[in-house]
Write a protein that binds this ligand. Sequence first.
Ligand SMILES: [Zn+2]
Length: 258
Amino acid sequence: MNLIDRTGETRGITESRQRSRRTGEFIPIFRGARTREPGDIDSIVLHQTSFSQSARGNRIDRYDHTIAHFVVLPNGTVLQLRALETRLNSIAADNGIHIEFVGLFYDDRFTCRMLRRRRSRRELPTISQVHDGRELLVYLRSLEGLHGQLRYILAHRQITTMGSDRDNCPGPHIWYNLGKWAVDTLGMSSARSEARPIPPSWEDPRFQIPPPCDPPDSGRLTARGQPLPRPEGVSAYGFRKPRPEGLDFYPDDEFEIF
Ligand SMILES: [Zn+2]
C-alpha cells in the first residue's frame, strides 16, 4: 500500500468544497471539538466521493478539502488527510474513521450489459482501489493505539441522517469488496447499534471486482478514442482472451476504462 501522509498540508484547511444546500456556503470540516478520544474509535465508515475518477484523478493535492480521514485514489494510492484523533463534521464524529473511495459508482441495478453499453456516467472501483483499500483496513486494524477496538465496518447509508440522499454511499461494489470482505475475512461486524442493516441486494456476487462479465472490448482505443472490439468480435478465428480469474488479472490501466 502506498500511504501518503497529507496531514501537514491539510492542517490549516477548515472548509470543504461541498456547498450546503441550505445556506450555499462551503460546509466546514469541523464542528465542535476538533479532537476525540482514540479510545472511542470503534468503526470504519466507507464512502464514495460521488464524482468520477477522472475529475481529479490521481493528483494527490486535489483532495485536501475532503471531509474524511483517508481517500483511496483510482490508482490505489491512499491519502491520509487527517490524524485518527481528528473529529470531523460528520456522522459518527466520535467513533468513526471515514474512508472515501474516489468514484461515481453504480448502484444495485448494475448489470454487465451496462458496462457493454457504456451509456452510464457511473463506473466501477478499480482493482487497485479494492486491493489497496483492503490493505488499509488491515493496517488500521493492526494499529497499536486502537488496541483491537476497531470492531465495526459500516456503509455510510447505514448511519446517514440525510435519508435517501446517501442511499448509494458507498455503493454495492465497495460494500461487497471491502465491507463484506472485512466481515468475512477480518471478523468485523456491520451490526453496530442504531446502524440500519445492509440491504441484501448489496451482498450479491455480481458486485465482485473485477466484475464477472466478459470484457467488452480489447482494452484498446482507436485513434479517435473509440474502444476497439475484442479480437473474437472481429473474427471467429481471432485469438480468444482467457477469462479473468482472481483479482489481479487485468492491468489497472486496462481495467479503468472497463
Ligand atoms: Zn458517504
